[in-house]
Design a protein around this ligand. Structure first.
Ligand code: HEC
Ligand code: HEC
Ligand code: HEC
Ligand code: HEC
Ligand code: HEC
Ligand code: HEC
Ligand code: HEC
Length: 314
């Protein structure tokens, strides 16, 4: 229980950190969206009730609340709501058929799109189709489940601060794996407690703050920046040496883009990791290694000389 609350604390502070990042930026707020935000951006909303002949104030469903600061700081900030939602939203009460309308998928807009070709959406889609989330849950599990349509912002590619990216990416997974309500949208099964499932990992809190879930749960891929093929738990990385070694797999995943920088600096192996973490095994220092070898040799030599002298003096 203590561990669980610590993790939540970690997530909480991480979120605060991210919220700070999303400080006001100059964007033109569309007046069209303001009409939607007048209700969907506030915990209460008012409308004119024709039947009663007066204004009434009601509570907004918390799941239908949209944070305008996050909205205007995301990938699709230039969008008006009705680019994705039906024009009928403009009327209130909303047409009841509206809620059954199919939503556009990422591929509807990004497939074959030159402007975003570098992301390789087609390959991401293929990896996602092969993931445990798709193979076990097909149509209900869409890209939107992880990419909140009203707040998703790219991080791994653009954010220099790796710790923030780790928190951001892990919160995506924890939004279900640590939230019974959202998990149950997808599956009637019991949501396994991720803290208990990772009991074998020492310093779990430190590990969850220094590596992403996807490091251990996806096969890393050369064609996309962020691997999307989440595999079943029996395929997850459990061996410590995968990271704690000279050939740390972190250089091919989390530190992929920094790996282009020197692998060795001031004698430290995998120096690009060192800016954010000291990973035992992966960040051995060659000079320190040599020095400690020399010291060990000298100690042994001293012991031998000492032993010989004692034998001779006897
Ligand atoms: C007068 C307040 C009000 C305004 C203005 C308003 N909405 Fe809503 N909206 C609601 C309420 C209340 C609900 C939940 C009840 C319902 O579905 O009618 C809702 C529900 C929704 C839903 C969820 C439907 C579902 O059940 O899945 C969407 C999507 C939506 N609104 C989009 C919009 C968009 C886009 C705009 C602006 C063009 C907008 N709304 C303007 C009050 C409003
Ligand atoms: C890029 C496309 C896109 C834009 C732009 C967009 N939405 Fe949505 N919205 C979605 C999708 C997709 C869903 C369904 C999410 C799901 O099923 O998980 C959704 C769901 C909703 C819901 C229901 C909440 C829920 O979780 O089911 C509301 C309310 C809503 N949108 C309002 C808005 C408002 C207001 C705006 C503008 C400020 C807006 N949306 C802009 C794609 C978009
Ligand atoms: C309705 C069409 C539409 C849908 C649906 C859509 N996008 Fe986009 N997306 C765009 C457009 C257009 C842009 C360029 C926006 C701009 O420059 O203001 C964009 C921009 C982006 C960017 C930023 C590109 C950059 O380099 O700035 C990312 C990342 C992205 N989308 C990911 C997604 C993902 C992931 C999904 C699905 C979860 C998705 N999009 C769904 C149309 C869409
Ligand atoms: C299980 C959760 C999950 C699902 C499902 C998912 N993604 Fe992602 N996706 C992520 C995470 C985590 C990131 C990393 C976000 C970051 O730091 O930028 C990401 C990043 C991305 C990026 C940015 C990669 C880059 O090169 O910067 C794109 C584009 C993307 N996803 C598209 C998709 C599309 C398309 C789908 C559906 C076919 C999808 N995602 C489904 C979790 C998911
Ligand atoms: C929308 C909710 C949701 C999100 C977000 C989500 N998952 Fe899942 N995940 C599930 C559900 C539901 C299952 C159960 C699949 C099944 O039926 O066995 C699952 C299964 C898994 C499994 C397989 C467990 C096993 O029994 O083999 C792993 C591993 C996993 N998720 C990791 C992740 C990672 C990593 C992320 C983030 C990149 C993530 N999940 C994001 C809902 C989610
Ligand atoms: C250091 C590697 C590593 C990291 C980091 C990691 N996992 Fe795991 N995870 C594993 C391994 C290995 C298992 C299988 C454990 C077993 O079966 O004993 C597992 C099991 C799971 C399961 C299956 C649980 C069950 O009992 O069925 C889920 C879900 C899961 N992880 C999600 C996550 C999420 C979410 C994160 C990020 C917050 C994460 N993992 C981070 C290695 C990792
Ligand atoms: C996915 C990569 C990965 C795997 C797998 C992994 N570790 Fe780590 N480990 C890290 C990183 C990154 C750190 C963070 C170093 C830091 O605190 O700066 C770390 C830190 C540690 C620490 C120091 C903890 C601290 O708080 O300073 C110990 C001890 C450790 N790992 C042991 C293990 C053991 C034992 C295993 C196998 C059961 C293991 N690790 C598996 C990446 C990994």
């Amino acid at each position: 229980m203590k561990k669980l609350s610590l993790i939540y604390l970690l997530v909480f502070f991480g979120t605060l950190l991210l919220a700070q990042e999303t400080a006001p930026e100059e964007i033109e707020h569309s007046p069209e969206n303001s009409a939607c935000f007048s209700c969907h951006g506030s915990t209460i909303y008012s409308y004119y009730n024709d039947i009663l002949g007066r204004n009434v104030t009601k509570r907004m469903n918390p799941y239908f609340l949209i944070d305008s600061v996050l909205y205007y700081n995301q990938n699709h900030k230039s969008f008006v709501c009705t680019d994705c939602h039906s024009y009928e939203c403009k009327d209130f009460p909303h047409n009841s058929e509206m809620r059954m309308e199919p939503m556009p998928t990422c591929l509807d807009c990004h497939e074959g799109d030159d402007a975003t070709a570098r992301y390789n959406f087609e390959k991401i889609d293929q990896e996602f189709q092969e993931s445990v989330h798709s193979t076990k849950h097909s149509d209900e599990f869409t890209c939107w489940m992880c990419h909140n349509p009203h707040s998703y912002k790219i991080n791994a590619r653009t954010n220099e601060n790796i710790k923030e990216t780790i928190v951001y990416d892990n919160n995506i997974c924890l939004s279900c794996h640590a939230d019974i309500n959202k998990y149950q949208l997808i599956s009637p099964k019991k949501n396994p407690n991720v803290i208990e499932s990772h009991d074998w990992l020492p310093n779990q809190i430190s590990h969850f703050a220094h590596v992403r879930c996807i490091e251990c749960h996806t096969a890393s891929s050369d064609n996309v920046m962020v691997a999307h093929q989440v595999q079943t738990k029996d395929k997850a990385v459990k061996k410590c040496v995968e990271c704690h070694s000279q050939n740390s797999m972190l250089m091919a995943s989390l530190y992929k883009y920094r790996a282009k920088e020197t692998r060795s600096q001031y004698g430290f192996l995998n120096a690009s990791i060192l800016r954010d973490a000291y990973v035992i095994g992966a960040n051995r220092n060659i000079y320190l290694n040599v020095i400690s070898g020399v010291i060990a040799g000298l100690v042994i030599l001293l012991i031998i000389i000492h032993a010989i002298l004692r034998m001779l003096l006897k």
